[in-house]
Design a protein around this ligand. Structure first.
Ligand code: SF4
Length: 343
């Protein structure tokens, strides 16, 4: 009887949309579900068709990443028995993430047609880390796993996978390369720039129009928030006059402050989503600090579904020219005073 149940479960395919926190948590999710016996099916990399479906099935005033996520859920409708759409409220104690994540299961369920059943668990670590395990046990039960030891083993595997993934990023790699089993970018480059923004903006090659590959081709090394020790990011955020309770704003501001002061970082590239409330606070803060106190070149690239290649590339090339200009005229750049920037 027991053996029959296992055989039935092994055939379950669980779709994972390649959007939003996929770039932070996929190894965790994959390890957990695989250990429970499921086949994990991530959607393909973002394409024009996925974006178009996301725009079609999502409410108009959502930000680009949420629309893209809807497109990925749509993509999985014929290849999965279930789609995992967690309701993320908080991923860190005393912090919260964007409210859009909290409403995601309902948004997807009622907007995208013909979906299989959604697996919807809440993750809320704002009060205690214990909530994660409770939620994972609930997910196990939704999948009809009755054996608590089996779920515990899956939780342990997931935590180990997550630690390994975070360490790879701290070693200078980026999620897509880790998922493909590729080593980090070469470090011997002419310039080093900080790339600031939500992970689903800076690691989705379609959304950011291959930003990181372009930098690589231009002999520019990039540093992202995930490559910086979280303790440093926390410490830099302690400088703020008010405690930052949005996790993503904290990551953006803390990493940007660190990069501004780091003499090995030649400039900053900030990628934002049009209409994002959190960016409107965090990026505004970073821009003000850069203009008032630092002399590093920077550029803000705002993305939405209408962003075109031509204008985007022109601005990136202008940023590269600025780096070249500064490199050639370093001696003429004042050591203090008004910053040199591109906007
Ligand atoms: S933080 Fe901004 S970009 Fe991210 S989901 Fe929320 S509104 Fe969209």
């Amino acid at each position: 009887m027991q053996a029959t149940k296992e055989v039935i479960f092994i055939s379950i395919k669980i779709g994972v949309p390649r959007g939003l926190y996929y770039y932070k948590h996929f190894p965790f999710t994959e390890a957990f579900l695989t250990e429970l016996g499921a086949e994990v099916v991530p959607s393909s990399e973002t394409t024009k068709d996925i974006l178009d479906k996301g725009v079609k099935y999502c409410i108009d005033d959502a930000c680009l990443p949420v629309k893209v996520y809807h497109g990925h859920a749509h993509k999985l409708r014929n290849t999965s028995d279930y789609i995992l759409v967690p309701r993320l409220t908080s991923v860190s104690q005393n912090e919260y993430i964007c409210p859009k994540f909290g409403g995601l299961p309902e948004m997807v369920k009622f907007s995208v047609p013909d979906l299989p059943q959604l697996l919807d668990i809440e993750i809320d670590l704002s009060r205690s880390g214990k909530h994660l395990k409770k939620s994972l046990y609930k997910l196990g039960h939704q999948l009809n796993i009755k054996n608590p030891l089996k779920i515990k083993r899956a939780v342990d595997k997931a935590l180990t996978a997550h630690q390994g993934f975070k360490q790879s990023l701290l070693n200078g790699n980026i999620p897509n390369r880790v998922f493909r089993g590729e080593p980090p970018q070469e470090s011997n480059k002419k310039y080093t720039v900080g790339v600031i923004g939500h992970p689903y903006l800076i690691y989705d090659d379609f959304v950011n129009m291959k930003l990181l590959s372009k930098l690589n081709d231009w002999n520019i090394k990039y540093v992202t928030a995930e490559m910086i020790d979280p303790h440093i990011i926390n410490e830099r955020c302690m400088e703020l006059s008010k405690r930052m309770f949005w996790s993503s704003a904290k990551s953006i501001i803390g990493s940007a402050l660190y990069m501004m002061d780091n003499s090995q970082i030649d400039g900053l590239l900030i990628v934002t989503a049009f209409g994002c409330g959190i960016d409107s606070i965090a990026v505004e803060y970073v821009e003000n600090a850069l203009r008032r106190y630092y002399k590093k070149p920077f550029i803000v690239l705002t993305t939405d579904e209408h962003t075109g290649d031509a204008g985007y590339n022109t601005r990136l090339e202008a940023f590269k020219s600025l780096l070249d200009w500064r490199s050639e005229n370093e001696a003429n750049v004042p050591a203090h005073g008004r910053s040199v920037y591109s906007r």
